[in-house]
Design a protein around this ligand. Sequence first.
Ligand code: FAD
Length: 219
Amino acid sequence: MTAKSTYKAEVVVIGGGLAGMVTALELLDAGKRVVMLDAATRERFGGLALWSFGGMFFVDSPEQRKNGIKDSVDLAMRDWVRYGELDPNDVWPYRWAEAYVNRCTEEVRGWLAERGVSIFRAVGWTERGYFVPGNSVPRFHIVWGTGEGIVLPLIERLDAHEKSGRLQLHFDHRVDGITQEGGQVVGCHGTSGAGSFEDCRRPRQGAQGVAARPMGRAT
Ligand SMILES: Cc1cc2nc3c(=O)[nH]c(=O)nc-3n(C[C@H](O)[C@H](O)[C@H](O)COP(=O)(O)OP(=O)(O)OC[C@H]3O[C@@H](n4cnc5c(N)ncnc54)[C@H](O)[C@@H]3O)c2cc1C
């Protein structure tokens, strides 16, 4: 017979990759109590970002200015639309591009800087384009420590929330489905390493499930 565990949370974050970590930190800093579930083991906390190069796409950043690189939102948008081959009817790709290009330096770089993530001074190229011109200027900002340089400071903060009891971290917990009641998402369920069935749901009203989304795409 397998054991059944039930977790209660104001918000459940599924996946402890970079998107899930950022989502959880924002929620915790806003005073929510969070349960985070991840199919992998604790050593893999951070997901793919742990192995990543840690290159971030920023526009008109302090690093670019110090290196005499003249960049602008307009130029970056033109590059993005051309290289991404966006069609004028691609409403959501356009909105995403505009949101990211306009806000990446202040919000994404700023958010990371506030959390102790620092950027290597030299700015590199990426996606210059073979057949279609890519970035017109260098925009690839490397984090000191590469992927681990992003993930480890975030883990430290999440660990502190875990110790305070506001965050429950459950690794080796794979979510297999979303639980719905009356047409509303109320939780999720899945399997853990011990083979037990988990039921993770809101205490009463007001809880939300959060599908983790990337904070920002580098190039
Ligand atoms: C070698 C390498 C280099 C890279 N370099 C760069 C770079 O320089 N710049 C850049 O911007 N990007 C780079 N990337 C890409 C970048 O790392 C990823 O796009 C980003 O980390 C994805 O984050 P994520 O949270 O969306 O997904 P993931 O990191 O994939 O995290 C998803 C998490 O969800 C968990 N999960 C999945 N399914 C379930 C389930 N059913 N139940 C519970 N948990 C589940 C997984 O275990 C994982 O922890 C690189 C990637 C690699 C591999």
